[in-house]
Design a binder for this molecule. Structure first.
Ligand code: R5P
Length: 291
């Protein structure tokens, strides 16, 4: 098995290779003067099981095309089997035609990837109206959960007697509530109304004993940061000791990390599905188990 860490996942890809007991191989990705991508496998792939590791942030469009080009090339060069690991799988949130004429991107992206690799592995993909990867992919697929890694992180640093867990919206329950139940913490799930990509309103529909305690908010994605910011503001009105934010995929678009700090988050932590300075939870071992 040959593991190729790609542009967005050099460090994570190398860790996955190590955890899977194989060497990280090399794929060169450069640009022609006109901006087109030029890819080259620097190691022989003929007859081998090839694993491509590419998170789809930053530059989701380039990252996706790189995966498509690499997957198809590996097959053409005689790879026995090609697995695409997309720790963060972009485009999953456009899962419906919200307005007439819109592209339902999750289906198109899944179709492109299905043509390019034999199997897709991803971490906590954003599945909302589409409930499972099977509805999107007609190739092998595997959804890996970061919940155990996040639960370990929390239980090493917080204790159930002075800390509680919150989820900012109903969908976050699959992380926030599941993790809270796993480690015996109290939890509350809020209600979110979205008015636009940068405008959300959070309603605290379940109260807990917040005063003087640590509140740990868990969500799958921090993108513009507005979901977390509004949740932090609501909890801070209730005088907790501190508010901490944890996400699986830290996109942190448009200065979201700094905005969230300014809103009063004492710590902001993500898994290394997307490389970012907030990475404190390593999921390479969890992913390597799927290989
Ligand atoms: C959406 O429902 C997701 O679970 C996240 O809550 C959302 O993607 C966060 O986005 P933002 O940081 O832009 O509010």
């Amino acid at each position: 098995m040959l593991v190729f860490p790609m542009t967005n996942s050099k460090a994570l890809g190398a860790k996955i290779a190590e955890a899977a007991g194989c060497k990280a191989m090399s794929i060169e990705s450069e640009r022609f003067p006109d901006g087109e991508l030029h890819l080259r496998f620097m190691d022989e792939v003929n007859g081998r099981d090839v694993v491509l590791v590419q998170s789809m942030h930053p530059n989701p469009n380039d990252a996706l095309l790189e995966m498509v080009l690499a997957g198809m090339t590996a097959k053409e060069l005689g790879a026995r089997n090609v697995t695409g690991i997309a720790p963060y799988l972009a485009y999953m949130r456009q899962d419906k035609r919200f307005h007439a004429g819109e592209c339902v991107s999750n289906r198109v992206v899944a179709h492109m990837l299905s043509q390019s690799v034999d199997r897709i592995v991803t971490v906590d993909p954003h599945l909302h109206r589409v409930r499972s990867l099977a509805e999107l992919f007609h190739i092998g697929h595997r959804k890996v959960s970061a919940n155990n890694a996040i639960a370990d992180y929390i239980s090493l640093r917080f204790s159930a007697h002075d800390s509680v867990i919150a989820g900012p919206d109903i969908e976050s329950s699959q992380w926030a509530r599941s993790i809270a139940e796993k480690i015996g913490f109290g939890s509350a799930i809020f209600l979110k109304e979205r008015f636009g990509s940068r405008h959300v309103k959070i309603r605290v529909t379940e109260e807990l004993e917040w005063k003087g305690r640590n509140a740990v908010i868990i969500d799958d994605i921090i993108s513009s940061g507005h979901t977390m910011i509004e949740a932090v503001k609501e909890i801070r009105k209730r005088k907790p000791k501190a508010v901490h934010c944890i996400c699986v995929h830290g996109i942190f678009a448009e200065g979201a990390y700094e905005k969230l700090k300014k809103a009063g988050a004492k710590s902001i932590v993500s898994t290394n599905s997307i490389a970012h300075r907030s990475n404190a939870i390593d999921i390479s071992g969890t992913i390597a188990k799927e290989l």
